[in-house]
Design a protein around this ligand. Structure first.
Ligand SMILES: NC(=O)c1ccc[n+]([C@@H]2O[C@H](COP(=O)([O-])OP(=O)(O)OC[C@H]3O[C@@H](n4cnc5c(N)ncnc54)[C@H](O)[C@@H]3O)[C@@H](O)[C@H]2O)c1
Length: 250
């Protein structure tokens, strides 16, 4: 129960990595606000947490909307009294096009979800954390914050930008007891991977990127996020923690 009575917000909590962290924080005693655009799956995740004895709520949100994001932070504080930990995690992948073939619509959408929304969540969370004297943010960046693969320019650009946001904000708020770090997963088996338009062709290539000889599992990222959010990581500020089977070390 290492997060007993802590208030935790997870964006992108309806599926994949975010659903994993929401459940794990709840198991560890936290009061968890799940936020996602996928309402049906979000309510399922909430029911699973509650039936396991956890305390949680679900807030439907499009993270790209500043109005929604402010409302989410306000509702979290109204419901649970404060905001201790944020897993700023919602994200989308791209369509696997080379740079010149990316449409303006696709580019704008990826920038809105993977970059602007990450900043919005940081902005309103940090405002609340400053009022209450501290807090912890863990952004979900990516191995693609540190390296690249062809066919993913907007995704790679936004994930590099999340690294920049993480490091910059960490230098700004560390002295005010706000720790800000990012987790950088390699390829993890989630809906995002399964939705890849040419998964059969891509999977062996993706496998070959990981010296561990396999792709990652959701719990392996969850463990890193929980540790970064814990007091055990008390001197971690602005780090980009890779959980990538050695991809970016190779
Ligand atoms: N799966 C991987 O291989 C991998 C690797 C590195 C980084 N990541 C990152 O991990 C994070 C989680 O991805 P995942 O793999 O769990 O994917 P996922 O698709 O399983 O989960 C993403 C969640 O974000 C939600 N979401 C998307 N757009 C939203 C919006 N506008 N408003 C609110 N919610 C929205 C989705 O509904 C979904 O529940 C993302 O930031 C992703 O870029 C994933």
């Amino acid at each position: 129960m290492q997060f007993k009575d802590k208030v935790v917000l997870v964006t992108g909590a309806s599926g994949g990595i975010g659903a994993g962290t929401a459940k794990a924080f709840a198991r560890e005693g936290a009061k968890v606000m799940l936020a996602d655009i996928n309402v049906e799956q979000g309510k399922q995740r909430l029911a699973e947490i509650e039936s396991a004895g956890g305390e949680a709520a679900f807030f439907p949100i499009d993270v790209t909307s500043a109005e929604h994001m402010q409302a989410l932070i306000n509702e979290t504080v109204r419901r649970f009294g404060r905001l201790d930990i944020v897993h700023n995690n919602a994200g989308i992948s791209g369509g696997n096009h080379f740079t010149a073939d990316v449409t303006e619509t696709e580019f704008d959408q990826i920038v809105a979800v993977n970059l602007k929304a990450v900043w919005l969540c940081m902005k309103y969370s940090i405002e609340q954390m400053l009022k209450q004297g501290g807090g912890v943010l863990v952004n979900t960046a990516s191995a693609l914050s540190l390296t690249t693969i062809p066919g993913s320019a907007p995704y790679v650009a936004t994930k590099h930008a999340v690294a920049g946001l993480t490091k910059t904000a960490a230098t700004e708020y560390g002295a005010q007891n706000i720790r800000i770090n990012a987790v950088c997963p390699g390829v993890i088996r989630t809906a995002m991977l399964n939705s890849h338009p040419r998964l059969d062709e891509m999977e062996p290539k993706l496998l070959a990127l990981h010296p561990a000889g396999r792709l990652g599992e959701i719990d392996e990222v969850v463990n890193a996020v929980l540790w970064l959010a814990s007091d055990g990581a008390s001197f971690m500020h602005g780090s980009l923690m890779t959980v990538d089977g050695g991809w970016t070390a190779a």
